[in-house]
Every structure is written in structure tokens, then in C-alpha cells.
Design a binder for this molecule. Structure first.
Ligand code: CAA
Length: 259
């Protein structure tokens, strides 16, 4: 894989979209490599948190590849949308948490990519937007759905209809990102957060992700049942026993074993 680099540091992995000459624009080859990367991460039981970022100085991802899209037919465009949506849904439902470290432009498919992650941190140089209507198309990799869920329909509609980009501070004000850092502090901050998540009981963390994601798509009466089941399942784990014993014995828990 050349378009996505995967680096593993113990329990934290960093995936970097690597097509800096085109500001990491997502063409079919990049989407294929991202898909393979997610499969590799999911298969590696040691990895507890994934950080996703973009190569180069300017961009996280500047969108789907406009050159590749420019000649698509209706049917081909639908298929390209499905290809992106399938990969992004795989990312969103990856069992472990994913932190997007947005290091520059996150436009169109790039904004959509970070929205499929669990947590978004960004540099003060980051720019977000869904400029598709200015190109004669709609967002195609989940933007119409995830942006409205994240920042509310009113602001999502304003951003998508106008196609106007927003800067990091505005993205923070809208709740699109959790925190903004000076550029050089972004990756250390993402790794620090990843390590703190990785130090918690991994089965519990994965259950929380599942409960939040599945619960958001369900009516409250069903959503709390999803939580009850996942809560109960933790009580069959060694990590729960160790975590609670350590508290009662007033000692620090042993490192969690993912069992
Ligand atoms: N697709 C293909 N190539 C892209 C690209 C994209 N989305 N974004 C940037 N590039 C390429 C440029 O064509 C350029 O290539 P060349 O050097 O070969 O000419 C290279 O990356 C550098 O880009 P710029 O020279 O434009 O860099 P800049 O600093 O002047 O501008 C930018 C940066 C404002 C991000 C500008 O590149 C830009 O507006 N990019 C397009 C952003 C966009 O519209 N994204 C949405 C795409 S549609 C989409 O994503 C649909 C969907 O939801 C699935």
C-alpha cells in the first residue's frame, strides 16, 4: 500500500493518507488502500486506538479526486459514492476508537472522512468545508448525513448549500472538532489522547463505542437496552474484575489485558 501509511507504536496505530502532491485527494486507489488498512487494523488485536491524519504540510484530505470524478456517468458516480461510503462506514464501525488529527484542509470527502472518525482534533491551520455544490454535485461520502448529525441540520445546511469553508476556531465553536492545537502540537496531543484511551479497559471502550453508535440510530427505549446488554457483557471480563478489585483494595489496577 502506497497511498496509506500504517505505523504501529504498541497499542496505538497511526494511518496517514499519503498522496501529498494532490493534497491527499481520495481517488479509487486511495480508497482501496484505506479499506485494506482498516482491515489490517481490525485484525490486529494489539491495536487499541487508531489515529488518522494526512501527509504533507497543507492538507488532511482536500476531497474526493475531482479529476477522476469529472467524467463519471450517473451509474459510475453512484458506484463511486458507494465505494467511499462503504469504506467510511467501515471506519465508523471499526471496533476501536479512531481519532482524526486534522492537519490542514479537510474539504468535501476530507471533511466527510474526519466525520466518520470518533473524535476530531485539528491544527489551527485546518479548514473544513463541503464545497460540492460549487462543483455542481452533492457531498457524496456521507456529508449530508454526518454533518447534520454532528452540528445540527441548520448549520449543516448553511455550510453545504453555501459551500463556504470554515476555519478551525469556527469548527470548534460549532462542535465539529473537540480541540484546536498549534500545528506542531497536534500529533503529540492526538497520541496523548490515544494513549489515555488505550490505558482503559479495551473491551469496555469498544462496548462504549458500540453503545453510542448503535444507540444514536435507535429510539431511546431500544437504545438503553443496547447499553444494558453491553454493560452486562463487561461483567464477564477479567478487566472488570481487576478494575473493581483494585478500586476496593485502594491500589492502581494492573494493566488491562483485553480479556
Ligand atoms: N481532487 C483532485 N486534485 C486535487 C484536489 C481534489 N479534491 N484538491 C487538490 N488537488 C490537487 C490540485 O489539482 C493540485 O494539483 P497540481 O499541482 O497537479 O495542479 C494540487 O492538488 C495542489 O492543489 P492547489 O494547487 O489547488 O493548492 P492550493 O493551496 O492553491 O489550494 C485548495 C488548496 C484550496 C484545497 C484547493 O486545492 C482546492 O480547492 N481543492 C479542491 C477542494 C474541493 O473542492 N474538494 C471537494 C471535492 S468533491 C468531493 O469531495 C465529493 C465527495 O463528497 C465525495
Amino acid at each position: 500500500m502506497t497511498h496509506v501509511l500504517l505505523e504501529k507504536n504498541g497499542q496505538v496505530a497511526i494511518a496517514t493518507v499519503n498522496r501529498p502532491n494532490a493534497l491527499n485527494a481520495l481517488n479509487s486507489a486511495v480508497l482501496d488502500d484505506l479499506n485494506e488498512t482498516l482491515d489490517a487494523v481490525a485484525a490486529d488485536e494489539e491495536i487499541r486506538v487508531l489515529v488518522l491524519t494526512g501527509a504533507g504540510e497543507k492538507a488532511f484530505v482536500a476531497g474526493a479526486d475531482i479529476a477522476e470524478m469529472s467524467t463519471l456517468t450517473k451509474a459510475e458516480a453512484e458506484a463511486f459514492g458507494k465505494k467511499g461510503n462503504d469504506v467510511f462506514r467501515k471506519l465508523e464501525t471499526l471496533p476501536i476508537p479512531v481519532i482524526a488529527a486534522v492537519n490542514g484542509y479537510a474539504l468535501g470527502g476530507g471533511c466527510e472522512l474526519c466525520m466518520a472518525c470518533d473524535i476530531r482534533l485539528c491544527s489551527d491551520t485546518a479548514v473544513f468545508g463541503q464545497p460540492e455544490t460549487g462543483l455542481g454535485i452533492t457531498p457524496g461520502f456521507g456529508g449530508t448525513q454526518r454533518l447534520a448529525r454532528l452540528i445540527g441540520a441548520g448549520m449543516a445546511k448553511q455550510m453545504i448549500y453555501s459551500g463556504k469553508n470554515i476555519k478551525a476556531d469556527e469548527a470548534y465553536r460549532l462542535g465539529l472538532v473537540n480541540a484546536v492545537y498549534p500545528k506542531e502540537e497536534l500529533m503529540p496531543a492526538a497520541q496523548k489522547l490515544a494513549l489515555s484511551i488505550a490505558s482503559n479497559a479495551p473491551i469496555a471502550v469498544r462496548a462504549c463505542k458500540q453503545a453510542i453508535n448503535e444507540g444514536l440510530d435507535a429510539p431511546m427505549d431500544e437504545a438503553i437496552v443496547i447499553e444494558e446488554r453491553l454493560f452486562g457483557s463487561c461483567f464477564e471480563t477479567e478487566d472488570q474484575r481487576e478494575g473493581m478489585c483494585a478500586f476496593l483494595e485502594k491500589r492502581k489496577h494492573e494493566p488491562y489485558q483485553n480479556r
